[in-house]
Design a protein around this ligand. Structure first.
Ligand code: HEM
Ligand SMILES: *[C@@H]1O[C@H](CO)[C@@H](O)[C@H](O)[C@H]1NC(C)=O
Ligand SMILES: *[C@@H]1O[C@H](CO)[C@@H](O)[C@H](O)[C@H]1NC(C)=O
Ligand SMILES: *[C@@H]1O[C@H](CO)[C@@H](O)[C@H](O)[C@H]1NC(C)=O
Length: 316
């Protein structure tokens, strides 16, 4: 086979493997009917012990889906010369991997070799939202686990300094609209952020303003107190909103009060379309929940991978 032909073949194979299968609602109906119950129990137990776990699981799933589709590439450990996604930047908030290990163990005991790590993570992320008081949605099943995880690919992750056009550029290739982005960012109603993720807004913002003028002055002051200029405390930071374990629509209310953490959150006010959604979601938790559930289903249906991993941290 000549080079051109073999390139074509491998392009075709990678297309089929990365996007060529559909998810379904009854994928495990015969092979592992107890899968959802088993995962829920593990997530619930872990969240009872540590309130930071639901946010970590939700972000982990998002991170997974953005790189190579939802293929559990985020769960793989670095091995040999390969540095995996979880050890690349921006990895600061990635933790709670043990919860997925525990869930995998529970599921393997029930139906060995059947359920992918990518499905487990997608289900755990939904459970994390429900446990935080947020909406329930049905997670379609049948994702496959990938064999590749590269720290270098985390540069595809959107940055918290992104403006509205950069947000669009990073989500549209995946078929996610700005309406999806406006809804998905409501996930920032739970969890924690390190200083490094929002420091751009409080020091040396641009040549005319040291502090981002779109930040409420007293909020900017409080962020400066939490994150002093030459702060060496690597773990310093603040919760995403005043109720960081409750999945509600406070995130949108805070944007309107100029109290959102990231430039990328504030950016939702920069286009008429997303701005009107911020107003809508701030005034109606119900419409936020509806939009979030539907956009999460879209995000978590970006598939990839080709196997069902035995151990979520290593390829078969
Ligand atoms: C433009 C897109 C996004 C950007 C730039 C972004 C950025 C960030 C940053 C910088 C943090 C804090 C990391 C740290 O300092 O520890 C964070 C946390 C978080 N993000 Fe996002 N994010 C985005 C979209 C999403 C989406 C779509 C979801 C889920 C659907 C999500 C869920 C979370 C959660 C739950 C946390 C808290 C994590 C924890 O407490 O462990 N984010 N995000
Ligand atoms: C994050 O990645 C850096 C390398 O970019 C690594 O040195 C660090 O240990 C990682 N941090 C965590 C919490 O995994
Ligand atoms: C967004 O940022 C990029 C890169 O810094 C810049 O080229 C672009 O003009 C900005 N767009 C808007 C709408 O501010
Ligand atoms: C600095 O940021 C403010 C607010 O976004 C903007 O109005 C101003 O034009 C910026 N200045 C420069 C030099 O980019």
């Amino acid at each position: 086979m000549d080079i051109a032909a073999s390139l074509l073949v491998s392009a075709f194979i990678s297309l089929v493997c990365s996007q060529g299968y559909a998810l379904s609602w009854n994928y495990y109906a015969k092979t592992c009917p107890g899968v959802e119950t088993a995962i829920r129990k593990v997530v619930q137990d872990a969240a009872t012990r540590d309130k930071t776990i639901p946010a970590a699981l939700l972000r982990m799933h998002f991170h997974d889906c953005l790189i190579r589709g939802c293929d559990a590439s985020v769960l793989l450990n670095s091995q040999g010369k390969n540095t995996a996604e979880k050890d690349g930047a921006p990895n600061q908030s990635l933790h709670a991997f043990f919860v997925i290990d525990d869930a995998k163990e529970a599921v393997e005991a029930l139906c060995p070799g059947i359920v992918s790590c990518a499905d487990i993570l997608a289900i755990a992320a939904r459970d994390a939202v429900v446990l935080s008081g947020g909406p329930y949605w049905t997670v379609p099943h049948g994702r496959k686990d990938g064999r590749i995880s590269k720290a270098s690919e985390t540069s595809q992750m959107p940055s918290p300094t992104f403006n509205i056009s950069q947000l669009q550029q990073s989500f549209s290739p995946m078929g996610l609209s700005m309406e999806d982005v406006a809804a998905l960012l409501g996930a920032h109603t739970i969890g924690f952020s390190h200083c490094s993720s929002f420091e751009n807004r409080i020091y040396n913002f641009n040549t005319t303003n040291d502090v981002d003028p779109t930040l409420h002055p007293s909020f900017a002051e409080s962020l400066k107190n939490i994150c002093p200029k030459d702060n060496k405390a690597k773990n310093a930071g603040t919760s995403m909103d005043p109720s960081p374990t409750t999945f509600d629509n406070t995130y949108y209310k805070l944007i309107l009060q100029k109290r959102s953490l990231f430039s990328s959150d504030q950016a939702l006010l920069a286009s008429p379309n997303t701005k009107s959604l911020v107003y809508k979601f701030a005034s109606s938790k119900h419409s936020f929940y509806k939009a979030f559930s539907s956009s999460m289903t879209k995000l978590s249906s970006l598939t990839g991978g080709q196997e069902v991993r035995k151990d979520c941290r290593v390829v078969n």
